[in-house]
Design a protein around this ligand. Structure first.
Ligand code: GSH
Length: 232
């Protein structure tokens, strides 16, 4: 029987992964359609206002887009709540969630570089966003392992896909940055170990991610041959 929830996705999309993590945290069954980024089907174009994934269909009818709106919707309609109870903490979580696109573009920007100069420029920019998160983790008022302490939250779900991709890039071509950020490093490690994060992608995802870098002609893909094997 089809599930109530159906996600449209590309296999390597971090924004869809965020929605998948939230669904998994709630124990909700969902179907997922992997569509071809370079040949998006008509049914998808008809329901996606800006032709991007994720799109979430609910009961085969309404379609929601934008991963943050999807995550908030799932959180409001199914337990357990993945936002802090306290309104101030909740607002602070939302504020740091708004920072995710900036964080993502900088922390994983090297993966899009087509040449060494651009890659090195991107790498130099990483400390600027890591500094901010390290400071936020220092001020959060708990010892982790997640942003709000023991409870995994929507904020964790939003950062996990990008910290995962940073880790994949780092394994291909050591970036030498996260080592200077102990709180961020520990948060990253806890997120990578979370079951919902580990199961939120297709199996063998690191290999697929690497193959995608190669197919798209990214500069970092030249280190594929000498890099340690991808984790499966
Ligand atoms: N702000 C959007 C970003 C979604 C997004 O950029 N998705 C990418 C795939 S990872 C996409 O569909 N890109 C296709 C395009 O830009 O044409 C969200 O959070 O859902």
């Amino acid at each position: 029987m089809p599930s109530k929830f159906r996600l449209a996705s590309f296999k390597t999309c971090p924004w869809v992964q965020r929605a998948a993590i939230v669904l998994r945290e709630k124990g909700i069954d969902y179907d997922i359609d992997y569509i071809d980024r370079d040949n998006r089907p008509e049914w998808f174009l008809a329901i996606s206002p800006h032709s991007k994934v994720p799109v979430l269909q609910v009961d085969g009818e309404c379609a929601l887009f934008e991963s943050n709106a999807i995550a908030e919707y799932i959180d409001e309609t199914a337990p357990p709540r993945l936002h802090p109870e306290d309104p101030f903490e909740r607002a602070r979580n939302r504020a740091w969630t708004d920072y995710v696109p900036t964080f993502a573009a900088t922390a994983t920007g090297g993966g899009h570089a087509m040449d060494e100069d651009t890659f090195n420029q991107k790498r130099k920019q990483i400390p600027a966003v890591f500094d901010r998160l390290e400071e936020a983790l220092g001020r959060r008022g708990n010892d982790g392992p997640y942003f709000n302490g023991a409870d995994f939250s929507l904020l964790d779900a939003a950062y996990a896909p990008f910290l995962q991709r940073y880790t994949y890039l780092d394994r291909l071509r050591p970036l030498g940055v996260i080592e200077d950020y102990p709180r961020l490093g520990a948060w990253r490690d806890a997120l990578m170990e979370r079951e919902s994060v580990k199961t939120s992608t297709v199996p063998g995802f690191e290999s697929l991610y690497r193959q995608n870098l190669k197919n798209r002609g990214r500069w970092i893909a030249r280190f594929l041959a000498e890099a340690p094997a991808a984790a499966e």
